[in-house]
Design a protein around this ligand. Structure first.
Ligand code: ADP
Ligand code: MG
Length: 561
């Protein structure tokens, strides 16, 4: 097969342009991305070798190599990991599989400033392409473990790339960057400098569990670099919190979370005893765009005695904590453990319970100690956490304690149920809420009139999950949760300043009209009655206390029930 030229997919081309005219101020991070990919490839190969005895692959010296050629001005990142087949290179490198990319690019165009754009790109982990921030040509040579033929991929990042089969490629992948001239004014450093490469590896990739070796190049003081291991390979989760800096934790997060931003919170847990494990969990600072997609891949990384076993291990946390990233390293599991086994394992279930409690208690801490960070967490992940009110009755109280709301009296989304109950007037028995698709639609709801008039606080619920959890939860500290749009609501005799006589008179006066309306509307409504709940609107539709709300009715109908 000769060399073939292909065009990048449109989205990929747009991202490449962004990389080339980079909005990133910090270009050093390209190396972190390439090392991160190499590390993943080594993890995958070791796992494949463990699972498949027939795979003919020597895994005795898995490592990453960085090679500097100062004369040619190239930097090569090489791994002897799983590698890629010809087809895989085209699929993985030439396109962007991410379905949210179009949406992302639109947001990016709307981003006001470079910092905003940088944040957005981070969310989409454009890993491999970041090489084009520092190189004007990138060559990737790879051979997949178990296959004989290798592939060479080359591109200048300008719309096309070439693919070519290669006969004598070593197993694994090497990425060679033809470095742009250094331009320190634009944060473009000399990446053929031994000193610089050492510094970057130490800063961003120290915790990588594979050796990162430097070969070739000349030391900046003239000594030959030879071959040396640059990283300490210390598993951060196995070290005590005092020994590890915030920055080191953050770099680990960026590697496993495929995020370029700092996490919002770092949570560490070391369980001793009969089933020993260590966990290092992170709450991201931004919700991924696909958090509510059916096929959102979530879960923690599972290690067994420092050996990487699997990504996206969903058995370790319930689905309503699917935004949490991190690592769990267990001492007493088999290296051959499968997803199916994990789902049923008693120890794993205990671990899940403990990790869940740990996450919820750290959310609680955040709420009392750092309201600003809590507000970020709730804004980004509140709608997901509330799913737990329905699916995890055991932790319902802990979840209710950290749930907060926008109400008619608190516009910033931080009113807790406790606060609501504490400021309820004495004669109010229930907690009132209204659900709807948007703030606007509920603000304009006629159901709100009487409450607004009387100054009664109402929880404003606009997440789809709200309809479901209010039903499941039912009450808080003995106070019923009641929809302002359901059933007969007695807002207290105090406010109803009409006498019994007056009421009777009104009932008589309107009897004819009500009768006529009942007849005309009998197909559509159960009942027509006089109401005290309106002040401005002439009429409103009210559901029976036990009826489904319109939104739920739609939901069940869509589910075919
Ligand atoms: P991400 O790492 O977030 O998936 P990247 O752009 O960094 O995104 O890489 C895209 C994909 O290309 C990876 O998921 C992986 O499948 C493949 N890939 C990249 N580098 C390597 C490598 N060194 N060895 C094997 N596969 C690689
Ligand atoms: Mg990557």
């Amino acid at each position: 097969m000769p060399t073939e030229t292909f065009e990048f997919q449109v989205e990929a081309r747009q991202l490449l342009q962004l990389m080339i005219h980079s909005v990133y101020s910090n270009k050093d991070v390209f190396l972190r991305e390439l090392v991160s990919n190499a590390s993943d490839a080594l993890d995958k190969l070791r796992l494949a070798a463990l699972r498949d005895d027939t795979l003919d692959a020597d895994v005795s010296d898995l490592h990453i190599e960085l090679e500097i050629d100062q004369d040619a001005r190239t930097l090569t990142v090489r791994d002897n990991g799983i590698g890629m087949s010809y087809d895989e290179v085209g699929q993985l490198i030439g396109t962007i599989a991410n379905s949210g990319t179009a949406e992302f690019l639109r947001e990016l165009r709307e981003a006001q400033d470079a910092a905003g754009a940088e944040g957005l790109i981070g969310q989409f982990g454009v890993g491999f392409y970041s090489g084009f921030m520092v190189a004007d040509e990138v060559t990737l040579l790879t051979r997949r473990a178990g296959e004989r033929q290798g592939t060479r991929w080359t591109s200048r990042g300008e719309g096309t790339y070439t693919l070519e089969p290669v006969d004598d490629a070593p197993r694994g992948t090497s990425v060679t960057l033809h470095l742009k001239p250094a331009d320190p004014d634009n944060q473009l450093h000399d990446y053929a400098s031994v000193w610089k490469i050492k510094e970057i590896v130490k800063r961003y990739s120290d915790f990588i569990t594979w050796p990162i070796r430097l070969v070739g190049g000349t030391g900046d003081e003239g000594e030959t670099a030879g071959s040396q291991t640059l990283n300490s390979m210390k598993a951060l989760w196995a070290r005590s919190r005092e020994e590890v800096s915030e920055e080191e934790y953050h770099e680990l997060y960026k590697h496993i979370g495929h995020d370029w931003r700092e996490p919002l919170e770092t949570i560490q847990l070391q369980a001793e005893g009969t089933f020993e494990y260590q966990a290092l969990l992170f709450v991201p600072s931004h919700a991924p765009h696909d958090l509510f997609n059916q096929n959102y891949r979530h879960g923690l990384q599972l290690y067994v005695k420092r050996v990487f076993i699997m990504d996206d291990c969903e058995a370790l946390l319930p689905s309503y904590l699917r935004f949490v990233k991190g690592v769990v390293d267990a001492q007493d599991l088999s290296l051959n453990v499968s997803r199916e086994i994990l789902q049923q394992d008693r120890h794993i279930r205990m671990m899940q319970r403990r990790l869940t409690k740990k996450v919820l208690s750290s959310v609680k801490n955040m709420m009392t100690e750092d309201t600003e960070r809590y507000a970020t967490l709730w804004r980004e992940f509140g709608a997901v956490l509330k799913e737990g009110l329905v699916t995890d009755p055991d932790n319902r109280d802990a979840l209710l304690a950290v749930t907060s709301f926008t109400t008619t009296q608190g516009d910033d989304g931080t009113v807790t149920l406790r606060q609501y109950v504490e400021r309820m007037p004495e004669e109010q028995d229930d907690i009132y809420y209204i659900t709807g698709e948007s703030r606007e639609s509920i603000d304009n709801s006629p159901h709100m009139e009487a409450f607004r008039e009387r100054g009664i606080e109402v929880l404003l619920l606009t997440d789809p999950v709200d309809e479901v959890w209010v039903d499941a939860v039912g009450e808080y500290e003995g106070k019923r949760l009641r929809s302002v749009a359901k059933g007969e609501i007695d807002l207290g005799a105090r406010e109803d300043d009409r006498s019994e006589d007056e009421k009777e008179q009104q009932a008589e006066a309107y009897a004819g009209l009500l009768g006529w309306m009942r007849e005309r509307l009998q197909e559509d409504v159960k009942e027509v009655r006089l109401s005290t709940r309106l002040t401005v609107s002439p009429a409103c539709l009210v559901a029976d206390a036990n009826d489904l709300t319109p939104a739920l009715e739609n939901m069940y109908r869509a589910m075919g029930q």
